[in-house]
Design a protein around this ligand. Structure first.
Ligand code: CP
Length: 303
């Protein structure tokens, strides 16, 4: 974020930036009962794809910082009853009404269409099947919270690694830390795309791929889940079952292992394990508002 005031990829951040954001988020959290207002600002949420946590999380974060929020969910370009409008025009006009913009879109290329036009800080809240950097910042904050460090860990990333953008950003984010061992566990047809692996492989960290759900040796099990809609067919019940974390798998985990998940989950993690010591995904989600506050604060300070 030293380069510009946009957070479009986790690649925009150095390890130092990530650790500073985690520290800032933790400071917000510890002082959560005191007023943390910034000078007046308006956050514009352009969410052209559905969201629960990210949208509400950024809304809540902005309110906690004393800001105001507007949300655009449907553009004229998506509404067949209206005249068609390009995403470029929608972006150009709506950003003028905000001090900082969050965007989620189904299009991987949304930022190559809008970046040239942007005059305000922009946050990528999920671009198609590509990246979800703010979720990764929450994930890294959770890893630090529960293991005390992000270095020297063995991490399994499980699920649809081809189309789940959280998995791509997480792999890239972890490449900035030291002595990490990652195992990407997915059906062969849904393995981690080469373009993210090539970036990760530039780090000195270890990387393995397998289609077998063997979770015996990991400090962190990150269940990305399976995207509800992908360019390939939906998965059979047997595939979902093969990669489900259930009580049987749980009994094989290391004693200090944690299970994280960006949520939503359908059946990827059996709800029977929600109350076990391994299940940290709801606490991970709770951290999200503080990380989003830290991101807004950081980007607004760079205007
Ligand atoms: N984790 C996440 O991005 O959730 P939402 O799709 O609900 O925003």
């Amino acid at each position: 974020m030293e380069i510009n005031n946009k957070l479009l990829s986790i690649q925009d951040l150095s390890r130092y930036d990530i650790e500073s954001l985690i520290n800032s988020a933790n400071n917000m959290r510890k002082k959560s009962d005191t007023k943390q207002a910034l000078p007046p600002f308006i956050l514009g949420l352009l969410f052209f794809q559905e969201s629960t946590r990210t949208q509400i999380g950024f809304q809540s974060a902005a309110y906690k910082l004393g800001g105001q929020v507007f949300v655009v969910k449907e553009t004229k370009s998506q509404n067949s009853m209206s005249k068609s409008e390009s995403i470029e025009d929608t972006f150009r006009t709506t950003q003028a009404y905000a001090d900082i913009i969050c965007i989620r879109d189904i299009d991987d290329k949304i930022f190559s269409k809008t970046s040239e036009l942007s005059t305000k800080p922009v946050i990528n809240c999920g671009n198609g099947y590509d990246e979800h950097p703010t979720q990764t910042l929450i994930d890294l904050m959770a890893i630090k919270e529960f293991h005390g460090s992000i270095d020297n860990l063995s991490i399994a990333i499980v699920g649809d690694l081809a189309y789940m953008r959280v998995a791509h950003s997480l792999l890239l984010g972890l490449s900035k830390f030291n002595n990490i061992r990652i195992s990407c566990i997915s059906p062969k047809s849904l393995s981690m795309p080469k373009k993210y692996k090539l970036i990760y492989e530039k780090s000195k960290n270890k990387f393995l791929e397998t289609d077998q759900l063997d979770l015996r040796n990991f400090d962190v099990v990150y269940m990305t889940g399976f995207a509800p809609r992908t360019p390939i067919k939906t998965f059979s019940k047997a595939t979902r079952k093969k990669y489900q974390i259930d009580q049987k798998i749980l009994s094989t985990l290391k004693k200090k292992a944690i299970i994280l998940c960006p949520l939503p989950r359908i059946d990827e993690i059996s709800n029977k394990i929600d109350k076990t010591k391994y299940a940290k995904y709801f606490e991970q989600s709770d951290l999200g508002v503080y990380m989003r506050m830290a991101i807004i604060k950081k980007l607004l300070s760079m205007r």
